[in-house]
Design a protein around this ligand. Structure first.
Ligand SMILES: *Cc1c(COP(=O)(O)O)cnc(C)c1O
Length: 398
């Protein structure tokens, strides 16, 4: 069979692994070394001539890290991927690559919180950036927001809080016309279900701490794009800011990528059943999940995603905090915690953070309610998950 015809499941299992040079070991070793030695002056000098590809020092390239990067680039349809110590290290490297001092950024409202803070509370002050936040539901909104100094359009589709979508192809085409760079946080879908680089986006970023690692044992991030662009990031933000991934974590990601397709299909199947159960439950007011036919932007999702992962949110009908807590604390299988995308089911309530930082009036102004729940649907049996939600919902008195 022609190698080019291999399906992605096969590539994730074997691509970029040269077992002959690891004594046939079926799993590659962890190259736990900080530097690489050379035979001669000329050898190390030549390595520096091609420093974006050479093994010189593990703040740059490392063989274990490279295997994981090549698999991810293959999956995303990109030419090169760079793995970082966290999703935020990847996000900040990509943003800094794109922006200029005194420049302008267009971003969606409800952007991942720390990314929002990076732009608004940090780069705005440090680099005199101006930022326009828009809902992003229509391409025309982006067009109206463009200014003469716009350097970057920052997308997150679906966003991880309210799951709003942007027309990725439409926005990328608009940005190209105006010579503006585009980046997307594709963590929710993963490149298995959505391929923004194939739709014209310049840079794709992920928190690998979610589905790409999938076992809740890694914090990492990745930037993917063209060789030219990612090599520029390698020479500047990667080497100079130094947020590289540890070889051990890259090795865990190699392990995880082999099962990404089957894990995601299982997350998707469980999540749709859980979302449908919640949608039909009398104590639930509303469910936000792009895979439901009732979802506001269902058609757009169908157009640009090939599947839906396992993070969703819903609103309990009760406005009473005591009742909400009874439900929240009454869950037995869903664990209470932040993050998502791992094997285990989780629940979190946004109000927990907000009511510390805001007056009741400010909280009301956000449009959030105490009963807004976010769940990450894991890989447990779906009957047990629905049973757990059902028994906890019964703890809410009418
Ligand atoms: C978690 C997350 C990040 C940040 O990733 P870390 O690995 O936690 O730094 C970025 N974007 C989204 C959508 C996330 O959920």
């Amino acid at each position: 069979m022609n190698k080019k015809e291999r399906q992605i499941e096969t590539e994730l299992a074997h691509f970029a692994e040269d077992r002959a040079i690891y004594e046939g070991a079926v799993v590659p070793p962890i190259f736990q070394n900080s530097l690489f030695t050379y035979e001669s002056w000329d050898d190390i000098s030549n390595a520096f001539d091609d420093r974006t590809n050479s093994y010189i020092y593990s703040r740059g390239n490392n063989p274990t890290v490279k295997i994981a990067q090549e698999k991810i680039a293959k999956l995303a349809g990109g030419e090169r991927a760079l793995l970082f110590a966290s999703g935020m290290a990847a996000v900040s490297a990509a943003v800094l690559h794109c922006v200029q001092k005194d420049g302008h950024v267009i971003a969606i409202k409800n952007l991942y919180g720390p990314a929002n803070n990076l732009l608004l509370s940090y780069l705005q002050e440090k680099m005199n950036l101006s930022i326009t936040f828009i809902s992003g539901k229509e391409v025309a909104e982006f067009e109206q927001a463009i200014e003469s100094n716009t350097n970057l359009i920052y997308l997150e589709s679906p966003s991880s809080g309210v799951f709003s979508l942007q027309d990725i192809k439409g926005v990328a085409a608009l940005a190209k016309k105006h010579d503006i760079k585009t980046m997307i946080d594709n963590t929710w879908s993963t490149p298995y279900f959505q391929k923004p680089l194939c739709m014209g986006v310049d840079l794709e970023v992920h928190s690998c701490s979610k589905y790409l690692s999938g076992h809740s044992d890694v914090v990492a991030g990745v930037v993917i794009g063209s060789k030219q662009r990612v090599n520029q990031i390698f020479r500047r933000e990667y080497e100079w800011l130094g947020g590289r991934i540890a070889p051990m974590d890259a090795w865990l990601i190699i392990r995880s990528l082999r099962t990404l397709p089957i894990r995601l299909k299982a997350h998707a199947s469980n999540a749709l059943k859980v979302a449908t159960f919640l949608e039909n439950h009398p104590k639930v007011e509303k469910v936000n999940y792009p895979g439901l036919k009732s979802f506001e932007q269902y058609e757009l999702g169908q157009k640009q995603m090939s599947g839906y992962s396992g993070l969703l949110s819903f609103r309990l009908k009760t406005p009473d905090l005591k009742e909400v807590k009874a439900f929240f604390n009454g869950l037995k299988i869903f664990k209470i915690g932040v993050s998502w995308g791992g094997h285990e089911s989780l629940i979190y309530a946004l109000a927990i953070s907000y009511i510390k930082e805001m007056t009741p009036k400010q909280f009301d102004a956000t449009g959030l309610a105490f009963g807004d729940m976010r769940i990450s649907v894991g890989l447990e049996h779906v009957h047990d998950l629905i049973g757990d939600l059902e028994q906890a919902l019964q703890l809410i008195k009418e």
